[in-house]
Design a protein around this ligand. Structure first.
Ligand SMILES: Cc1cc2nc3c(=O)[nH]c(=O)nc-3n(C[C@H](O)[C@H](O)[C@H](O)COP(=O)(O)O)c2cc1C
Length: 369
């Protein structure tokens, strides 16, 4: 049912495993494919592998900071790893990263020769400012993409950073250079926390933030690209369940990738996401990704389009016996009072900001609009 084609690659479903240490070699890629991934993106392959710092991953609930520096397997070693990865069938996309177009082209041709079905260029990295700068320059991204595209026959995806002022112009550069698609987003530069007793940050340097808290950033990036550039998009960032995957598809992604959820729960999370997605699609009689791709975009207007509408919305007064006065305490317009067993909203003072409806634990308050 959710069988799909992304960049011409036939996949059992649109949910892929993202680049990361969970796809660090042939064996781990096979495990992800076995767990139901529609495709797997390898951990980024580089020309000079670096020694890893320890520790390199810090966690906070459903979020992570990492300072892992790409694959620790030399490019020649990837011949054997790709053989193992591809031995059980399935789509494997080679992620590559480097500072120059010629280095990237070299890595791409090697990985194509080793059997990769597509290339994903990872242009950004929150640990390396130089790469972050590169990722936000459309001219540089154009050059990189063009060089890789002209050296391989397989599709070329470019993975974009959210740390840029205009993600649309970067996506446009990928399209103009002949890239087959874009993935968005990579991790976001962060410091997860500071121990106030020792003064030590969570990790020894700035790292990449991933997991549930970056989902809204990923969703906005995907929607922005979908509304401005006609190019296939792979949505990434904070996907933990099938609903999150559908959100990305409805905002214009043709496929999605899952990273931190695999880090926190293991490859089997992919089986859960893909089988729940399948079940949901069956129930809704959805036969293909195309049927829902971009479905929510019609309800996503620009701010200029919505601000001309008159501000008529107000919250409704409701009976409420709960021992709670959160709506009263937090109303910034002093529009709400609690009188005996009723929440009363002064419609003259209420401006329809929406906070009371969001904050009410019993979901009693609603906005009329
Ligand atoms: C530990 C770790 C290592 C990662 N390594 C890579 C990498 O080698 N190449 C890359 O392009 N992205 C890498 N990423 C970024 C992920 O592929 C993904 O874009 C990001 O984590 C957001 O998705 P998520 O919230 O589902 O994790 C890494 C992420 C984590 C957490």
């Amino acid at each position: 049912m959710m069988k799909t084609e992304f960049l011409g690659l036939k996949m059992s479903n649109p949910v892929m495993a993202a680049a990361g240490p969970w796809s660090r070699d042939g064996k781990s890629i096979r495990a992800l494919l076995k767990a139901g991934a529609g495709a797997v993106v390898t951990e980024s392959v580089v020309s000079d592998t670096l020694l890893d710092v320890r520790p390199r991953i810090a966690l906070d609930g459903m979020a992570a900071q990492n300072i892992r520096l790409y694959s620790d397997i030399q490019i020649e070693g990837w011949e054997r790893e790709m053989e193992i990865a591809k031995s059980a069938g399935g789509v494997v996309i080679a992620s590559i990263s480097a500072h120059t177009p010629s280095e990237l082209a070299y890595l791409a041709t090697k990985m194509e020769k080793f059997g990769a079905d597509a290339i994903e260029i990872s242009v950004s990295n929150p640990m390396w400012e130089s790469l972050e700068v590169m990722a936000s320059h459309p001219e540089t991204v154009f050059e990189i993409t063009k060089e890789v595209v002209s050296n391989v026959k397989i599709p070329v995806l470019v993975k974009l950073s959210q740390n840029t002022t205009n993600i649309s112009s970067v996506a446009k550069a990928v399209k103009q250079a002949g890239g087959s698609g874009v993935s968005a987003i990579n991790t976001v530069r962060c410091i997860l926390s500071v121990d106030i007793d020792t003064g030590r940050p969570s990790l020894a340097t700035y790292g990449g933030y991933s997991g549930a808290p970056i989902r809204p950033l990923g969703l906005a990036s995907v929607a922005t690209i979908a509304q401005t550039v006609d190019i296939p998009i792979c949505g990434i960032g904070g996907i933990f369940d099938y609903r999150n995957a559908v959100e990305y598809l409805m905002l214009g992604a043709a496929a999605v990738q899952v990273g931190t959820a695999v880090l926190l729960q293991g490859p089997e999370i992919l089986r859960k996401i893909t089988s729940d997605l399948e079940k949901w699609a069956d129930e809704k009689k959805i036969r293909s990704v195309e049927q829902i791709r971009g479905y929510a975009l019609q309800n996503l207007k620009s701010f200029d389009e919505i601000k001309i509408e008159p501000a008529t919305s107000t919250a409704s007064s409701v009976p409420c016996t709960a021992d709670c006065d959160r709506c009263v305490r937090t109303c910034m317009y002093q529009a709400i009072t609690k009188e005996e067993d009723n929440i009363c909203v002064d419609k003259e003072r209420c401006t329809g900001c929406g906070v009371c409806a969001e904050i009410c634990p019993a979901k009693k308050l609603t906005l009329d609009w």
